[in-house]
Design a protein around this ligand. Structure first.
Ligand code: BV8
Length: 235
């Protein structure tokens, strides 16, 4: 690990699982309770906005009842103590990385605690409900939608992510099934740019074969140990 100077980390729902937040594709997970097409696509929102706003209101409210876990805290420690460059990209729309102490988190799929106005297209911090059609804090129009990236929509800050991957010495994927693109393709971009690749996940994922190193276990166990390895190697 000694020669590692630039790290890009991608996290998915698995890093929040031990905090009590449902993952998407596990038994009883979020997508078993709702069809993706109904609650995580622009078409689903146009078809039944109440269903979609209620789905995200429920998830936003659930956030207040959970806490970051040891994996979130370990990544915050890495950000504080790692001497090189670190970019933390998350597919998650929860705020557990921030509440765990991470200061610079790139939410490529947006955030539950952000509102996007369909009238003025401004984004505002948001931790209330939307089913009751509250006024946009900027233009007052009752036209807020969850500021999350649905299927068929372009994820946020892709250029920044690809620029960091191109420079990375190490790409680490934590708690993601490798089922959703473009995030699932980042490991191949990292390989093409000569980076080392490491997967930390409960089980082998759809992308495991692309990783040079793959460790199975709970994020709450694997991530603090890995952070200790990086920091003790003088990273
Ligand atoms: C786009 C936000 C283009 C909302 C989400 C065919 C081939 C390739 C691509 C496509 C295709 N057909 C369609 C596409 C594109 C599509 C896609 O990839 N579809 C998939 C299903 C095939 N992608 C898109 O539409 C993306 N946009 O392509 O735009 C474009 C181009 C130009 C102009 C405009 C547009 C947008 C995708 C974003 C969708 N939004 N979320 C919300 O959260 O409600 S996706 C959703 O899935 C979440 O973000 C989630 O993070 C993400 C991925 O899931 P995971 O995080 O991996 O969660 P999952 O449950 O799957 O896995 C959890 C893992 O953790 C498991 O492996 C488990 O073993 C592990 N785990 C569990 N417990 C633990 C653990 N690990 C460690 N410790 C534990 N304790």
């Amino acid at each position: 690990m000694a020669e590692i100077e630039r790290i890009v980390i991608l996290t998915g729902a698995g890093i929040s699982a031990e905090s009590g937040i449902d993952t998407f594709r596990s038994a009883g997970g979020l997508w078993e309770q709702h069809r993706v097409e109904d609650v995580a696509t622009p078409e689903g929102f146009a078809r039944d906005p109440d269903l979609v706003l209620g789905f995200y209101d429920m998830r936003r409210e659930a956030l207040a009842k959970v806490q970051p876990n040891a994996a979130h805290h370990a990544l915050a420690r890495l950000e504080q103590e790692f001497a090189g460059e670190l970019l933390l990209v998350t597919q998650n729309v929860d705020d557990l990385h921030e509440r765990g102490g991470s200061r610079d988190v790139l939410h490529m799929h947006g955030e539950l605690k952000s509102a996007l106005c369909l009238s003025c297209e401004m984004r505002s911090p948001w931790d209330a409900t939307m089913s009751d059609r509250p006024p946009c804090p900027v233009c007052q129009a009752p036209s807020l939608r969850p500021d999350v990236v649905w299927f068929g929509e372009m994820p946020y800050q892709m250029e920044r992510i690809y620029a960091a991957i191109r420079q990375a010495d190490l790409f680490v994927s934590i708690g993601t099934s490798g089922a959703v693109y473009p995030a699932a393709g980042f490991v191949r971009d990292a390989l093409d740019c000569g980076a080392q690749t490491l997967e930390l996940n409960l089980e082998r994922s759809e992308g495991s074969h692309w990783f040079r190193h793959s460790r199975q276990g709970k994020a709450g166990d694997l991530v603090p140990d890995w952070v200790d390895e990086v920091l003790s190697a003088g990273g």
